[in-house]
Design a binder for this molecule. Structure first.
Ligand SMILES: Cc1cc2nc3c(=O)[nH]c(=O)nc-3n(C[C@H](O)[C@H](O)[C@H](O)COP(=O)(O)O)c2cc1C
Length: 367
C-alpha cells in the first residue's frame, strides 16, 4: 500500500518540551528545559537541523510528571517569533477551547507569522485534569464527536463568510471572522489512535498523529485510515511518534534506553498507565492508544520506544524509510537531551534519510 507518498520527502516534527520533566517518566538526569529561552533556542536548532514542524503540548494541570506546564497557543507564538522557517503546531483541547476562540487566536497568529501556525486537536485522556478545571468529562466517543464538530467549525470559520453551523456542541449563525488566516490554511492535525480517532481522521483531519508502534501495528492503522478516507473522498496524512536514541554505536543507544527504564518512577508510570488505559477502555471497542502498552513502553508517554528509532544513525535512517514505505508521512520525535540530540539528528540522521530517499527515486526512475 501507500506508495502515494513515495515522491515526497518524509517530514520531521519534534515534541516541544513546554511542560517540565521531558518526555519520559523517569528520574534519569535530563538536560532538557521547559522554559522559553531553552525552547526558543531549540526551535532555532531544529529548523537549522531540517525539522519541518514543532508540536506543542497542552496540559492544564500536573500529573505523572509535568509539574509545570506552559500554555500551547501562547508558547507557539513565542517559538514562531524566534524562528523563520519552521511551522509550529499548537495543541488545542476542545472543552477548555471552543472553535470561536481557537479560530480567532490562530488566525491572528497566522497573520503575524507568515502563516506558519498549525493546530493539533487532542480529545483528552486525563479525567482528573477535566475534574480539576470544572470541565465535564465526556465519554470516549462523545469526546471525538465533539472534536469532529470542533474541526468542522474551525475550518468553516476560517474559510467561509456568514458561516452557519448547527451541531450538538457548537452553533454558528452568519458568523464572519476577519481577518481570516492566509493561505495555506493552518493545517489541522489530530492526536489519538482509537477507532473513533481513525474514523475522525478519515473524515475531517489533514493529519493523523498516532502513538509509537511496530511496523505491523502502524501498517494496520494506515490501511484502515486510508481505506476509509478514500471511501469518504478525503485526503489525510499520517505521523507516528518515536523516542529517538541515536548514538555512534547501537550498544550505547541500548544502554541509554535501559538506564531510562531502570530509573523510571514506578508509581508514576503505573498511575499513568492506569489513567490512559481506563480512558481507552471507555470506548465501545474497549481499547485506545495504550491498550497493549507494557510498563517499559509507558515510561515514554506516547509509546515512543515501540517505534524503535534506537541505534546508530544508519539503523535509524533505514527504519524511518521502512515507516515511509508503509505510508507514514511524518516522524514525530522526542529526545532525552533535546538541544544536543536534535542537532545530532540533523547532522547524522536526516542526511542519511535524504540520501536513501534519493537512491529510491533514482531506482524508481530507472525501473
Ligand atoms: C501525537 C499526540 C499528541 C497529543 N498531545 C496531547 C496534548 O497535548 N494534550 C493532551 O491532553 N492529550 C494529548 N494527546 C492525547 C490525546 O488527547 C488522546 O487522548 C489520546 O491519544 C487517546 O486517544 P484514543 O483514545 O483515541 O487512543 C496526544 C496524543 C498524540 C498521539
Amino acid at each position: 500500500m501507500a506508495d502515494t507518498n513515495a515522491a515526497e520527502p518524509i517530514r520531521f516534527a519534534y515534541w516541544v518540551p513546554n511542560v517540565s520533566g521531558g518526555l519520559v517518566v523517569s528520574k534519569i538526569p535530563q538536560r532538557t528545559g521547559w522554559d522559553g529561552d531553552y525552547n526558543r533556542r531549540l526551535a532555532q536548532i531544529a529548523e537549522e537541523a531540517g525539522f519541518d514542524y514543532a508540536l506543542t503540548q497542552i496540559r492544564f494541570t500536573a500529573g505523572y510528571g509535568a509539574e509545570y506546564q506552559h500554555e500551547s497557543v501562547a508558547f507557539s507564538h513565542a517559538l514562531l517569533a524566534a524562528t523563520s522557517k519552521i511551522k509550529v503546531i499548537a495543541a488545542l483541547l476542545p472543552g477548555p477551547w471552543n472553535p470561536t476562540l481557537a479560530a480567532k487566536q490562530v488566525a491572528t497568529i497566522a497573520q503575524l507569522t507568515g502563516d506558519r501556525i498549525s493546530v493539533n486537536i487532542v480529545s483528552g485522556w486525563f479525567s482528573g485534569e477535566f475534574r480539576a478545571i470544572g470541565e465535564p468529562w465526556l465519554d470516549h466517543d462523545e469526546r471525538y464527536r465533539r472534536s469532529e464538530e470542533f474541526i468542522r467549525a474551525l475550518r468553516g470559520i476560517w474559510t467561509q463568510d456568514a458561516f452557519s453551523f448547527r451541531g450538538d456542541f457548537y452553533r454558528y449563525a452568519d458568523y464572519t471572522l476577519k481577518p481570516k488566516p492566509g493561505t495555506p490554511l493552518p493545517e489541522i492535525f489530530q492526536g489519538g489512535s482509537s477507532r473513533a480517532a481513525r474514523d475522525m481522521a478519515a473524515r475531517v483531519s489533514d493529519w493523523y498523529l498516532t502513538n509509537g508502534g511496530g511496523p505491523e501495528d502502524i501498517r494496520a492503522q494506515v490501511e484502515d485510515i486510508q481505506g476509509k478516507a478514500r471511501a469518504n473522498g478525503h485526503s489525510v496524512k499520517i505521523g507516528v511518534n518515536a523516542f529517538v536514541i541515536a548514538r555512534d554505536t547501537e550498544a550505547e543507544a541500548r544502554a541509554v534506553l535501559q538506564e531510562i527504564i531502570d530509573q523510571a518512577d514506578p508509581e508514576a508510570v503505573k498511575a499513568f498507565g492506569h489513567e490512559v488505559k481506563n480512558a481507552g477502555k471507555a470506548s465501545p471497542e474497549g481499547e485506545g492508544n495504550w491498550a497493549k502498552s507494557s510498563f517499559e513502553d509507558l515510561v515514554q508517554y506516547n509509546d515512543g520506544f515501540k517505534t524503535n528509532l534506537i541505534g546508530t544513525p544508519d539503523q535509524i535512517a533505514e527504519r524511518i524509510l521502512a515507516l515511509k514505505d508503509i505510508g507514514v508521512d511524518l516522524a514525530l520525535l522526542g529526545f532525552l537531551h533535546f538541544q544536543e540530540e536534535v542537532k545530532y539528528f540533523g547532522d547524522e540522521v536526516i542526511p542519511r534519510v535524504r540520501a536513501l530517499e534519493a537512491a529510491r527515486e533514482r531506482r524508481a526512475e530507472a525501473a
